[in-house]
Design a protein. Sequence first.
Length: 138
Amino acid sequence: MLRNTKITGNLLLIDDDADLLQLLDVTLTRLGHRVTTASSWDEVVSRLNETAGANKSYDIIFLDLMMPVRTGFDVLRSLKVLLYPLPPVVVLTALSGIEHAVQALELGATKYLTKPVSRDKLAETVREILQGKQKSRF
């Protein structure tokens, strides 16, 4: 087994905060991941259509809960209908209440992180999820 092999993934970041999206994009890209961003539901649908047309998929979706028009909970419900199987969804939000975390996990989120999140925690989360997906393929 190659322990030093770097695992990279195709990530979709969904957040209405343009500055945060840019920061996450740069951080995750520097870690070797392919990153796509969306700041609204319309952009999410567009990105999903692009990947479907290219016969690709996302390995992990990062999702903010506090978004205008459609909340992250609404987006997560819709993703469950549109994507099968649903890729791992990491909720990344400023909402720190346990009730929000429980609701997100009940809706299918894989992990719940509160903002601000450190670069190390972000990298660790992605690595854990991608390693888990890689192990499940064998």
